[in-house]
Design a protein around this ligand. Structure first.
Ligand SMILES: NC(=O)c1ccc[n+]([C@@H]2O[C@H](COP(=O)([O-])OP(=O)(O)OC[C@H]3O[C@@H](n4cnc5c(N)ncnc54)[C@H](O)[C@@H]3O)[C@@H](O)[C@H]2O)c1
Length: 389
């Protein structure tokens, strides 16, 4: 049957512009979705024209725009995909909702919870379908992590442990502002590692282990001033370079979270572990095709099955019975980072045609932003902060 066309307007042409464009191009090679995305138009600033033109050419967009408002208003655009820096998300999403477009938005949803809540409410009221790109849920091993927990194989959880570590800002010569390093400017990024990295860890933690009830955080800024690429001036750095927080989950388990861009040797080390009465699960994004599982007790009887072979099992998540993997190659052959965006887009496109509701949407992402705000508040006030559901 002929697929329905969905014309894509991409608001940004950087790192995420590439991962999302790739997903639109690849999705129907692996998933037979009801829609055929068409890369209709991409946006970049006038001053980024060479990059915009190159982006258009490499990904095959039919046209370019240097005014994002104009792109959103175009009648021939069905999906608005927000892959611009964080401070632009709210205005872009609200304009897209007003124009009745389907919306894809990168994380963190907004600069803070107040903005995120407003966005979720307006999008709900407009009734437009939307997704937020917390793509790590769609690593097959992370989906399997959740499946193992949902099947009761971990039992009553006691501990949840997450890290998200990188090391690219250790040199004081790394500037703030400009391409990619806008992440170091509070007025563009909102927060530092909390919104950029821990938002991912919080999204997966609450998805797997339920709501966080309270947090106690400490943040650090190791390099207090950097030269701003856009102005050439030294700029005071106010975003959190590193953040650690303790969490108490509503289900009674307790958690530790750590994130930094100063963890020498770590490039994109996002790990998570849960330890429960019946078992434990561990995942680390630097070995994304594996998951580790420790089986202690039978989930149904609760009886101990530990014997002389008990130990951590390292499972290669490439079999057809593993999440998403039947859509790819033969068992034993791996997929990669870009496939998390393809998997998410496939789920979203099926949801548009009456399939299972897509998660996370803006309502869920606003909740994650609420936790991020509580973390920053806790660090600023040096006290525990309770988080309502
Ligand atoms: N899901 C993930 O794992 C993931 C990974 C990286 C980034 N992100 C998110 O994606 C979004 C974009 O990040 P990125 O890494 O693609 O950034 P990037 O710097 O690579 O690209 C940003 C794009 O926005 C444009 N831009 C920059 N400053 C602008 C301004 N002031 N006005 C208008 N346009 C501007 C740039 O020209 C570029 O096209 C951010 O919200 C970020 O948090 C998510």
């Amino acid at each position: 049957m002929a697929k329905k066309t969905l014309n894509v307007g991409m608001l940004g042409c950087g790192f995420m512009g590439r991962t999302h464009s790739n997903a639109y191009g690849q999705v129907n090679h692996f998933f037979n979705t009801p829609y055929q995305p068409v890369l209709k138009a991409c946006y970049g600033r006038e001053e980024d024209m060479p990059a915009l033109k190159k982006f258009q050419e490499m990904w095959g967009y039919e046209s370019i725009e240097t005014d994002w408002k104009k792109l959103i208003e175009r009648k021939d655009i069905d999906i608005v995909d927000v892959v611009a820096p964080n401070f632009l998300h709210k205005d872009m999403v609200l304009a897209a909702a007003k124009a009745g477009k389907i919306i894809v938005c990168e994380k963190p949803l907004a600069m803070n919870y107040a903005e995120a809540e407003e966005m979720a409410s307006i999008v709900d009221k407009a009734g437009v379908k939307n997704m937020v790109s917390f793509n790590y849920r769609r690593v097959p091993a992370v989906s399997l992590f959740k499946q193992i927990v949902d099947e009761g194989r971990v039992g009553k959880p006691f501990h949840y442990r997450a890290t998200y570590l990188q090391d690219y800002t250790i040199s004081e010569k790394v500037p703030s502002g400009g391409a990619a390093l806008w992440r170091l400017s509070a007025k563009i990024a909102g927060s530092g590692v909390t919104g950029d990295l821990l938002a991912h860890s919080i999204d997966t933690a609450e998805w797997i282990n339920g709501p966080i009830a309270k947090v106690c955080a400490y943040t650090e800024i190791f390099i207090k001033e950097r030269q701003n690429t856009d102005t050439g001036q030294m700029e005071k750095i106010t975003i959190d370079d590193a953040c650690m927080f303790l969490a108490v989950f509503k289900n009674g388990s307790i958690g530790t979270f750590e994130s930094s861009r100063y963890a020498r040797g770590r490039k994109n080390y996002s790990s998570m572990e849960i330890n429960g009465e019946h078992g434990a699960v561990y995942f680390n994004l630097e070995e994304p095709e594996y998951i580790e599982f420790f089986r202690y007790a039978d989930p149904d009887s609760g009886k101990k099955i530990e014997d002389h072979l008990t130990g951590w099992q390292k499972i290669l998540v490439t079999n057809s019975e593993h999440p998403y993997m039947k859509n790819y190659w033969v068992p034993g052959t791996t997929i990669g980072y870009e496939h998390t965006f393809i998997n998410g887009l496939a789920d979203f496109l099926f949801s548009l045609d009456g399939g299972a509701k897509f998660e996370p949407d803006m309502r869920t992402a606003a909740r994650t932003q609420k936790v991020c705000d509580a973390i920053i508040q806790s660090a600023n006030e040096a006290k525990w902060i309770e988080i309502s559901e």
